[in-house]
Design a protein around this ligand. Structure first.
Ligand SMILES: C[S@@+](CC[C@H](N)C(=O)[O-])C[C@H]1O[C@@H](n2cnc3c(N)ncnc32)[C@H](O)[C@@H]1O
Length: 303
């Protein structure tokens, strides 16, 4: 959801005040798309968004209301931001994980396909598996003809998360993925650990270590707390045991970690830190990728 904060740093303050006002008026708790009035409004705008996308060559993107569910409200209309960010993530995978068309790729928390849509023009057929716990987003991927043509596979797994799947059957801190040992060259997670608590993240990291082949890479985005708690836009003022969070009512709305937490978890899973790219979500607005504001970490499994 916090891609809302990742674009224009200049607009951050105004956007924030408007959002807070809207939340107060609608008695909102949790993510914006969960509010029935907002959901209705977004769905009503879907046909107009589809016309704009057809005219701008973005027909292969999921509908507006689904994009908001996965990626937040701000600037989603028309699909330009969604497409640009997808291209940036593809570029990061190519640059930092040496992704090639032959790489076997697993995306955990693929949402409605922001990166998958871009990967479909790069990877060879049947090289990609995406999984998610949220049905509407996952089904948007399964129904997308552009992704079907590439033989991309999408798995819906009923794992519990307070924000995205509160009634899920399985626990994230003990879930075993069905993908085989050493079956992936690249595993990536964009804005997923930002919604997960430490025990859940640690278990996923163990699983990532198991599923990656030797020399395989894991890239993920996060909020690193080492360089400050953030600012007026997004501030991790509350502390849990080994993590910090933004919203006292639901920590999973946005979770931040110290870099050490990832180094230790990945270290136990047999991976070492390969690269750190700081994002632009802090008030100083600096970042390696202006189009994508979260911090990005890359870990590598020994060859
Ligand atoms: C902000 S969205 C990002 C979606 C997608 N990664 C993207 O870049 O557009 C967060 C996603 O993480 C998924 N998610 C949350 N908890 C998860 C978990 N325990 N396992 C897998 N996915 C999870 C949500 O369902 C949601 O699709």
């Amino acid at each position: 959801m916090w891609e809302n904060f990742l674009f224009s740093v200049d607009r951050k303050e105004t956007t924030m005040s408007m959002r807070l006002l809207a939340r107060k008026m609608l008695f909102m708790r949790g993510a914006s798309w969960q509010h029935p009035v907002i959901r209705l409004g977004l769905t009503a705008l879907d046909p107009v968004d589809a016309i704009i996308r057809s005219a701008t060559g973005l027909r292969s993107l999921p509908r507006y209301s689904t994009r908001v569910r996965s990626n937040g409200l701000s600037n989603q209309f028309g699909g330009g931001k969604f497409a640009r960010q997808g291209r940036v993530i593809l570029h990061m995978l190519q640059r930092h994980c040496a992704l090639s068309p032959k790489s076997r790729v697993l995306e955990i928390g693929c949402g409605c396909g922001r990166t998958a849509v871009q990967l479909a023009s790069f990877l060879e057929a049947e090289k990609y598996v995406g999984m998610d716990i949220e049905m509407v987003s996952l089904e948007a991927c399964r129904d997308n003809p552009h992704l079907k043509r590439r033989g991309f596979k999408f798995d819906l797994i009923d794992i519990q998360n307070n924000e995205y799947n509160p009634k899920g059957r399985f626990r994230a801190d003990e879930y075993r993925f069905s993908y085989l040992d050493g079956s992936m060259d690249c595993v990536f997670l964009i804005s997923v650990f930002t919604h997960m608590l430490p025990e859940d993240v640690s278990n996923y990291v163990t699983e990532i270590g198991r599923m990656l082949d030797r020399g395989g890479m894991c890239l993920f985005s996060t909020f690193l707390i080492d360089h400050g708690r953030g600012g007026r836009g997004l501030n991790f003022a509350h502390d849990g045991n080994g993590f910090s969070y933004y919203d006292v009512r639901m920590p999973e709305i946005a979770v931040a970690y110290p870099q050490r937490f990832f180094e230790d978890s990945f270290g136990r899973a047999g991976l070492v830190l390969h690269e750190v790219k700081l994002g632009s979500w802090r008030d100083d607005g600096r970042g390696s990728y202006p189009e994508f504001g979260q911090d990005v970490l890359v870990f590598k499994k020994a060859a």
